[in-house]
Write a protein that binds this ligand. Structure first.
Ligand SMILES: Cc1ncc(COP(=O)(O)O)c(C=O)c1O
Length: 400
């Protein structure tokens, strides 16, 4: 087997299972899992209805390119959402459907990394979505970790990276709003990343799967394509973005998203996908179409997350230093030893959270930005999130 497989880290949820093994939470308390980032709001009924109507397409093989009507709907959505010039996103060459961003992000790195160049590196935020690292390792590139700490607004400090590392960089992953920090990258920040990509010849892959989960209705997070336009990259040169219906529409089981951007890059990625055999099923595409065309259900989704932050954060503030993030649906407080906290909380209160160190690595300066924090995922109902917050407060008070 491929020896690179041995370099993959155990997935955070496997580590969490091992950590919680043998703990015996009180039987009278119902479990409240706030560890996994799986949206739990009801999926929009019109998506299920479209999926059912599309079942007669089971007799057809899908194409890697996707259906023209879905690509057109996505291009129009991108232009509306990111205020891009009309016609700037060519549905035929700038958009490809993927089976959720996880699949797209992973496959993209396999297609993008050029092993004939010396010491390829894939740069990523730290903490980070674990697929970036696994994708880099399996593609034969070295993952390089860019610390996201409070001193820099939880964003990687691009100016702290040395020129030698930038010169080895082939793909820079960005994630905005970030998982787990919820930090949003301003447009100037994205433009700076593009400037570095031009100077050092690499691709910027922006994971925007949380772009529709944000706090301020009047200030949606900017995206890389809009930064590319304002940086004069009218063809989105060197830029690709990854979007998903999983969080936007609470349909993580549909496995539907897209990649969009630089047409030359996407032409090669499409070739890769043809051989990889990861075309999105036709019924999934037809169910996705109305979800990109409707914003009402997404506003309602945001309203529910806002209600949870508004209820939970003031409660937790009584015992933890916790901030409401600009985007995504996580809290990222400091808690002391993160594993001890997560195991104790589960053992005493049946509430599951994820130790921050499972999402981060020790960087070149010996710093691990996830150590001492936990990720609390506000995916459960408002009532369950409030009940979990009550139990967290009780747990912290009892353990001090
Ligand atoms: C940062 C980030 N990117 C990508 C994904 C993958 O989402 P999906 O494959 O459902 O689009 C997740 C899921 O939790 C995530 O947190």
């Amino acid at each position: 087997m491929n020896p690179r497989l041995a370099r993959l880290q155990p997935y955070p949820f496997e580590r969490l299972r091992a950590l919680l093994e043998g703990a015996t939470p009180p039987v009278g308390l119902r479990p409240i899992p706030l560890s996994i980032g799986e949206p739990k709001h009801p999926p929009p009924p019109f998506v299920a209805a479209a999926l059912t109507r599309a079942l007669d397409t089971l007799g057809s093989y899908p194409l890697a390119l996707g259906l023209p009507e879905l690509r057109a709907a996505i291009a129009a959505w991108l232009e509306r959402r990111f205020a891009l010039p009309e016609g700037s996103v060519d549905p035929a060459s700038c958009v490809l459907p993927v089976n959720g961003t996880r699949e797209g992000l992973f496959a993209f790195v396999q297609a993008a990394v050029d092993m004939s160049r010396p010491h390829p590196a894939v740069l990523m935020p730290n903490p980070f979505y674990q697929i970036y690292e696994g994708a880099a390792l399996l593609a034969g590139a070295e993952p390089a970790y860019l610390t996201c700490d409070p001193a820099h607004g939880y964003l990687p400090d691009l100016d702290a990276v040395d020129a030698a590392t930038w010169n080895r960089c082939q793909v820079l992953f960005l994630c905005s709003p970030g998982n787990p920090t919820g930090a949003v990258m301003p447009e100037e920040y994205l433009r700076r990343a593009i400037e570095l990509a031009d100077r050092h010849d690499f691709l910027v892959a922006s994971d925007e799967c949380y772009s529709e989960i944000y706090r301020d209705e009047a200030a949606p997070p900017p995206g890389l394509l809009q930064a590319a336009q304002s940086a004069g990259h009218s063809g989105f040169e060197r830029c690709v973005v990854f979007h998903s219906l999983s969080k936007r529409s609470s349909v993580p089981g549909l496995r539907s998203g897209f990649v969009a951007g630089d047409a030359a890059v996407l032409a090669d990625f499409r070739l890769y996908r043809t051989y990889h055999g990861c075309a999105v099923p036709v019924h999934t595409q037809l169910a996705s179409l109305p979800a990109w065309n409707d914003e009402e259900h997404v506003r309602e989704n945001r309203r529910l997350y806002r209600a949870k932050f508004d209820a939970v954060v003031p409660m937790l503030r009584e015992v933890l230093d916790v901030e409401t993030p600009a985007g995504a649906f996580y809290l990222w407080p400091e808690v002391g030893d993160d594993e001890t906290f997560a195991r104790g909380l589960f053992a005493e209160q049946q509430v599951t959270v994820l130790p921050g160190s499972y999402l981060s690595r020790t960087d070149a300066h010996g710093m691990n930005p996830g150590r001492g924090r936990v990720r609390i995922s506000l995916v459960a109902s408002v009532e369950d999130c409030v009940e979990a917050a009550r139990r967290i407060v009780e747990y912290v008070r009892a353990s001090h």
